[in-house]
Design a protein around this ligand. Structure first.
Ligand SMILES: *[C@@H]1O[C@H](CO)[C@@H](O)[C@H](O)[C@H]1NC(C)=O
Ligand SMILES: *[C@@H]1O[C@H](CO)[C@@H](O)[C@H](O)[C@H]1NC(C)=O
Ligand SMILES: *[C@@H]1O[C@H](CO)[C@@H](O)[C@H](O)[C@H]1NC(C)=O
Ligand SMILES: *[C@@H]1O[C@H](CO)[C@@H](O)[C@H](O)[C@H]1NC(C)=O
Ligand SMILES: *[C@@H]1O[C@H](CO)[C@@H](O)[C@H](O)[C@H]1NC(C)=O
Ligand SMILES: *[C@@H]1O[C@H](CO)[C@@H](O)[C@H](O)[C@H]1NC(C)=O
Ligand SMILES: *[C@@H]1O[C@H](CO)[C@@H](O)[C@H](O)[C@H]1NC(C)=O
Ligand SMILES: *[C@@H]1O[C@H](CO)[C@@H](O)[C@H](O)[C@H]1NC(C)=O
Ligand SMILES: *[C@@H]1O[C@H](CO)[C@@H](O)[C@H](O)[C@H]1NC(C)=O
Length: 499
């Protein structure tokens, strides 16, 4: 079927798009857990125009140097440990972030360690001599046709350094314009960069001289390419997508539909399907690509990776989203937008049985997609979730770094002062929070309404002390999940400094 350009109508409801993707603004960063981040950051500094973020763990004895170091975390509940939070930003402190963290206080109970998964990436990708589905786990960066950060300049530097890369080309649909790209991996890590451009003398010439350049499906949507054309900047290296392989695009689509994030691209060919999404106000797309299961080397498949991730989430964060942290939640992108309330996301985590999420204080900080990857939410603190218990948080950790903050494991108590309305009746069989589907009568919540889930939700509002309260039970854990709209003057909690 090919690309379906959905974005023109999808974009209508958006708030004006930001002038540049950066911290505080749209998709703001790409974060990975990494066993040994500092050498990987040195690799990034060698090739990309980045600065070390001031909220990294820095060498305290020599602040001026800005040199990366480990932090010593000290919390009353978890004791003392060392960890590394290494962050760089493109061009300047507020630029798009590429963050590598070894949050040693977080655990991978029930799953693989980060070091073991880095070896899986290494075994699959090796010297990048062939395409592999695990290359779909990447950060896409667009390069200009000429200058120091052109694709040809990168290829020259990689060749000089003996750095392996995988070159490819694609024909853009509709325009049939030729694009070029290379995949490159920071050694011993899961950090794959996909560098793309509409121009490369080197790769065009190689193709002419009989080197068979791999032809891939369109890698960047026309939507993003049009946007780049329409908004020139003096910043040469521009993030275009956060990309994931996926074992089941339909599950991922259910998630983005429930949280009402616009679908911008649907692509389907015999052995590759892709769907991309664009968050409100964002210009970097989030894309998921599903390939045939033999599109990766070795026995470990994309589905195995997802099962492993979700297994850890089940063991670590499902029992209590305030307690401990799951190291695989560090595999995330962040969505920053102070103008959105996140109501749909709070509905999703409150109503969807089995949705994984992590609190920070009274807020939901991480929500996990069905593929097991996490989204960090840096949005307006308009909502809270009853299972996110502010008193469960030990804010006095030293230093105040994201990875040091682990919450505590006090069992959750039911909040007896609130009227609890059972909204599980609103859920589809598969638990979609967006409404529709089977209805049961339940809890006197007006569930006989023939409208969609949202109409019934509104009917189920309960006013308590002037705030609107929505409640629901999470079926699986029998825990009470409840989210509420805060009064407008509530102080917003800034979680953007957390990892
Ligand atoms: C060109 O890029 C390289 C690699 O990032 C960097 O070391 C060098 O300073 C850049 N030169 C200019 C003129 O920007
Ligand atoms: C950790 O914090 C406690 C309480 O503030 C303090 O007594 C202890 O010395 C600290 N430990 C380290 C290794 O800094
Ligand atoms: C990263 O953290 C893990 C604990 O999660 C630890 O075992 C490992 O040694 C750390 N890596 C490095 C290079 O210090
Ligand atoms: C990658 O290339 C290097 C140098 O040519 C070689 O030593 C190494 O064995 C290769 N690794 C893999 C996984 O193919
Ligand atoms: C698209 O471009 C390629 C490469 O330039 C060319 O081989 C092909 O014929 C073109 N296809 C169409 C439909 O124009
Ligand atoms: C490539 O993109 C640049 C903008 O990045 C544009 O100015 C140029 O015309 C494009 N080149 C081709 C061959 O389309
Ligand atoms: C781009 O322009 C801004 C504003 O004029 C300037 O501050 C910045 O240094 C420029 N960046 C580059 C990479 O040239
Ligand atoms: C996808 O299918 C095409 C045509 O059947 C084939 O040429 C290509 O190698 C396949 N790609 C992958 C990644 O399996
Ligand atoms: C739980 O009840 C207490 C009063 O006992 C109230 O102050 C608090 O706001 C309630 N929690 C939530 C999340 O509504």
């Amino acid at each position: 079927m090919g690309w379906v350009l959905l974005w023109r109508c999808a974009a209508l409801g958006f708030i004006g798009r930001a002038a540049g993707q950066a911290m505080g603004d749209g998709i703001s960063k790409y974060t990975l857990p990494c066993d040994d981040p500092i050498p990987r950051i040195a690799w990034l500094q060698r090739y990309l125009p980045v600065v070390v973020a001031q909220d990294s763990c820095l060498d305290e004895s020599d602040d001026a140097s800005g040199a990366l170091d480990t932090c010593t975390c000290n919390s009353s509940e978890y004791g003392v440990w060392e960890e590394t939070e290494a962050r760089v930003q493109l061009y300047h402190q507020k630029g798009f972030g590429i963050h590598l963290v070894n949050s040693s206080g977080r655990v991978t109970t029930g799953g693989m360690t980060v070091a073991a998964m880095e070896r899986v990436f290494h075994d699959k990708l090796g010297n990048l001599t062939a395409f592999d589905a695990f290359l779909d786990y990447n950060l896409g960066l667009h390069l200009p046709p000429t200058g120091n950060y052109s694709l040809d300049a990168f290829i020259r530097r990689f060749d000089d350094d003996g750095e392996p890369y995988f070159p490819y080309t694609w024909q853009q649909e509709v325009t049939n314009q030729t694009y070029y790209g290379v995949f490159v991996r920071a050694p011993h890590s899961m950090l794959v960069l996909e560098l793309v451009s509409n121009f490369s003398n080197t790769l065009a010439a190689a193709a002419q001289f009989g080197f068979s350049l791999t032809q891939l499906e369109p890698r960047v949507s026309s939507h993003v390419l049009d946007y780049l054309e329409a908004t020139p900047t003096n910043y040469s290296v521009r993030p275009v997508h956060v990309s994931r392989a996926a074992a089941n695009l339909a599950d991922v689509d259910d998630f983005y539909t429930a949280i009402r994030t616009a679908r911008t691209v649907e692509y389907a060919e015999a052995n590759v399907s892709k769907t991309c999404y664009l968050w409100g106000g964002a210009e970097v797309e989030v894309c998921y690509t599903q390939r045939s299961s033999d599109a990766t080397r070795g026995g470990f498949s994309v589905a195995d990776f997802e099962d492993m991730l979700n297994g850890v989430h089940e063991d670590v964060i499902a029992p209590n989203p305030n307690c401990q942290r799951d190291k695989w939640n560090d595999f995330h992108y962040a969505y920053d937008n102070g103008q959105v309330s996140g109501q749909q996301i709070y509905e999703y985590v409150a109503l969807k049985p089995g949705a994984y999420f992590v609190c920070t204080g009274a807020y939901v900080m991480y929500v996990v997609d069905p593929a097991g990857f996490t989204v960090q939410l840096d949005i307006n603190g308009d909502y809270t979730l009853s299972t996110c218990d502010n008193s469960d948080w030990d804010w006095d950790v030293d230093p105040d770094h994201g990875g040091c903050v682990l919450g505590n494991c006090t069992p959750l108590a039911a909040n007896s002062t609130l009227t609890v309305v059972d909204l599980t009746a609103l859920l589809d069989d598969d638990g979609g929070a967006a409404g529709g589907g089977r209805r049961r009568s339940g809890g006197g919540s007006g569930s006989s309404s023939s409208g969609g889930g949202r109409a019934v939700l509104v009917a189920a509002m309960v006013f308590v002390a002037g705030v609107v309260v929505f409640t629901a039970f999470r079926e699986r854990s029998q825990r009470k999940a409840l989210y509420r709209k805060l009064p407008d003057d509530d102080d917003d909690e800034d979680t953007s400094h957390l990892e």
